[in-house]
Write a protein that binds this ligand. Structure first.
Ligand code: GLA
Length: 391
């Protein structure tokens, strides 16, 4: 199928519960879910005090769990090795990579003073891994939501998202901003999550226009660069801000960037130009979404993509191709705008389009991308979905 269906939450939960029964012999007492995200605009500026405009997607990580009367968490996810986490020991990074997201969140709860009882758990997911759709943030937020239920407490949503982000920093070694965990935690059906990353305050922006659709196209490539590439970009933006000499990117204008050009190397200058221009584009796009007006969205998304490709250098040929195919279809083909989304170096693009043309757009994306790269992409449509919750 060209437009892949989104597995319903109840089917994911039933799968997790059945696996729990199969592997651990008991019925679940808690089932938690948290979505991945796609970002419409505002890329690589969440760690620059910028604005970002993501939404939670109808793709989830679901965890079913049952207490096991021990001081261990035992968890399974697909074909990966079972994670066995000793709750009486200090949490530390483990060779079993996927378990580190769980360890990081457990660490956050233990540091808040919670005593976590042992439990068995099954993790199932409909968020593509490596697709730039924040499967890791979804796992962290699902785990945090599960632990809230297990220790019978409710964290303020912002505190929960920040705890999940800390897990990513300390246990996955990715110095990410707040966008992914905030989108996964605060997501709301039919709403975009406009995040002011300076105040760390989200604002829900209605997105209920029935004529529009959001298409996510996973290029199914993930380039090795990603490891050091993210941290290096972040460092460049810090160097840029230091050269400008202001406290926050939010206080910077393009004139400030130009005035400080001689104090930066050429690369840092381009990174800085991206930050300031992307913040302005995101502010304008957010206004347009609030007014349900889309005349400028195509240009803003295009400028965002071009800036990420040329100035920030986080795109790749496959992402550029996927965006180009959408752009070639144009308004006549039902495309309002398209760009890469997420951290980059592979992963997915986001296309805002007319709902009645979504299938023909997905077909064009699928066929041309496959013909030109030999890679079968993964394409699905989504509405803004509900954030992390207990089922
Ligand atoms: C990754 C990070 C986010 C954000 C994006 C780029 O998804 O986790 O914090 O920086 O990249 O916008």
């Amino acid at each position: 199928m060209i437009l892949q269906p989104n597995t319903s939450l109840s089917d994911l939960a039933a799968d997790a519960q059945a696996q729990l029964k199969h592997h651990y012999g008991k019925d679940a007492t808690f089932v938690a879910a948290a979505p991945g995200r796609v970002n419409l605009i505002g890329e690589h500026i969440d760690y620059c005090d910028g604005f970002v405009l993501p939404l939670a997607i109808e793709r989830y990580i679901v965890i079913a769990a049952v207490p096991n009367g021990t001081s261990q968490v035992r968890a399974r996810s697909g074909d990966a090795d079972e994670a066995v986490i000793d709750l009486s020991e200090k949490m530390a990074i483990n060779d079993l990579k996927w378990s580190n997201y769980l360890r990081g969140v457990i660490d956050g709860f233990q540091k808040r003073g919670h005593v976590i009882p042992g439990f068995d758990a099954i993790v199932v997911s409909s968020v593509p891994t490596g697709g730039g759709l924040s499967s890791s943030a979804a796992l962290e937020c699902a785990m945090a939501t599960l632990l809230e239920a297990i220790v019978d407490t409710t964290l303020d949503t912002k505190e929960k998202a920040l705890l999940a982000q800390k897990a990513e920093h300390e246990f996955a070694n990715v110095p990410c901003g707040i966008m992914d965990q905030f989108a996964s935690a605060f997501g709301k059906k039919d709403h975009l999550v406009l995040i002011d990353c300076q105040s760390a305050e989200p604002e829900l922006v209605p997105f209920s226009n029935p004529d529009l659709e959001i298409i996510v196209a996973n290029t199914c490539v993930s380039h090795d660069l990603s490891d050091g590439g993210y941290a290096a970009r972040r460092q460049d933006t810090e160097d840029g801000l230091a050269a400008i000499g202001k406290e926050s990117w939010r206080a910077c204008t393009m004139d400030d960037v130009l005035a400080a050009k001689d104090k930066m190397n050429e690369r840092v200058f381009r990174r800085s130009r991206h930050v300031v221009s992307e913040i302005a584009r995101t502010v304008q796009a957010a206004e347009d979404f609030k007014k349900d007006e889309y005349a400028d969205i195509g240009r803003l998304m295009k400028e965002s993509h071009d800036s990420l490709r040329d100035d920030f250098e986080v795109s790749c040929p496959e992402l550029d191709l996927m965006v180009k195919i959408a752009e070639d279809l144009g308004l006549e083909g039902g495309v309002l705008g398209a760009r890469m989304t997420g951290g980059g170096f592979g992963g997915s693009t986001v296309t805002l389009c007319r709902k009645d043309q979504a299938l023909s757009i997905a077909t064009a994306l699928h066929e041309r991308y496959l013909a030109e790269t030999g890679i079968t992409p993964q394409i699905f449509a989504t509405r803004p979905a509900r954030g992390a919750h207990i089922l």
